[in-house]
Design a protein around this ligand. Structure first.
Ligand code: NDP
Length: 278
């Protein structure tokens, strides 16, 4: 299926290269000319020409505003617009209304990868929006990596994308706090990370599924490690302070855990804290 890619920044260029590598005839347009370099693609003169060239049009631009700018006044009838620009669920909904109102099918996507991963099985792209359009385009979209269709609501890909990043930043926050602690005693952070932290986190990962089950069921009854036990000793706070390490990252989390215990949920497991969030 011939394809158009609009936006040849770091990510857009990786997407175009993955399509070319799979043998798809690819037309590209970028605001600043010359970004295709030696890629075997057809360079369109304008965004409108690029959209006119193929039914399937993939956009990967800086932000929502740049997508709206680029599509302004462009004939979209009969096209399938796939927006792989990172955005919010509300922006995806606005874009969906704008695009479908002009006679095109719409898919929004969230890329869970960096450009060098595009085309490898490690890259995951989340999609939401028009299911028929996803089915028609999915062979082409498989050039980018694993693809997951999450549902017809246009904002679902963006919501899940941001939720996954939220999980990642929680882990990164824990990582830098732990590293800050061990380096106060001259422990090499790489050694600590490889030999102790990563195996520990790996051992903990499967517990997330059980915790997710508690959240889905609303039954947080703890079998092994209840919240009251977890907040009884302020080990992380005490050791951090003793080592001269800031507790700015862990304080908000432990404050929530303590609040939940004060509310009478000391016998609950950790995921019970979610009830203070939503
Ligand atoms: P870049 O900054 O490398 O590229 C931005 C692109 O947007 C360029 O093609 C730029 O054109 C274009 N652009 C910006 N403003 C406008 C505008 N007003 N009108 C027309 N074109 C415009 O960013 P990336 O390629 O890295 O990122 C693109 C999208 O991919 C972002 O939404 C990002 O969040 C997402 N993404 C990126 C990842 C990454 O690791 N890089 C990972 C996951 C998602 P020009 O060349 O003319 O400046």
């Amino acid at each position: 299926m011939n394809t158009t890619v609009i936006g040849l920044g770091k990510m857009g260029r990786a997407l175009a290269a993955a399509l070319v590598a799979r043998g798809h005839d690819t037309t590209v347009w970028n605001r600043t000319p010359g970004r295709a370099g030696d890629l075997a693609v057809t360079n369109a003169q304008t965004a409108a020409d690029a959209v006119a060239a193929n039914e399937l049009v993939i956009l990967c631009l800086l932000d929502f505003e740049s997508v709206v700018d680029v599509l302004d006044g462009v004939e979209l009838t009969g096209r399938t617009i796939v927006n792989l620009t990172t955005g919010t669920p509300a922006e995806a909904a606005k874009l969906s209304a704008l695009v479908t109102g002009r006679g095109a099918a719409f898919l929004d996507g969230g890329i869970m990868a960096i450009p060098s991963m595009i085309g490898s099985p490690a890259a995951v792209v989340l999609y939401s929006g028009d299911e028929q359009a996803f089915r028609r385009a999915q062979d082409v979209l498989s050039a980018f990596g694993d693809r997951r269709y999450l549902g017809a609501e246009p904002g679902l890909a963006a919501l899940n994308d941001i939720a996954m990043l939220t999980g990642m930043y929680g882990m990164l926050g824990g990582f830098v706090h732990a590293a800050a602690m061990v380096r106060t005693e001259g422990v090499p952070v790489v050694e600590f990370t490889e030999t102790l932290l990563i195996p520990w986190l790996r051992a903990m990962f499967p517990a997330l599924v059980d915790m997710a089950g508690q959240i889905d069921s609303g039954d947080y009854t703890a079998e092994e490690s209840d919240l009251a036990m977890q907040v009884a000793n302020d080990g992380i706070g005490e050791v951090s302070r003793a080592q001269g390490v800031s507790t700015e990252l862990s304080d908000p989390l432990f404050a929530l855990m303590r609040r939940r215990v004060e509310q009478g949920h000391g016998g609950d497991d950790f995921p019970s804290v979610i009830e203070l969030l939503s």
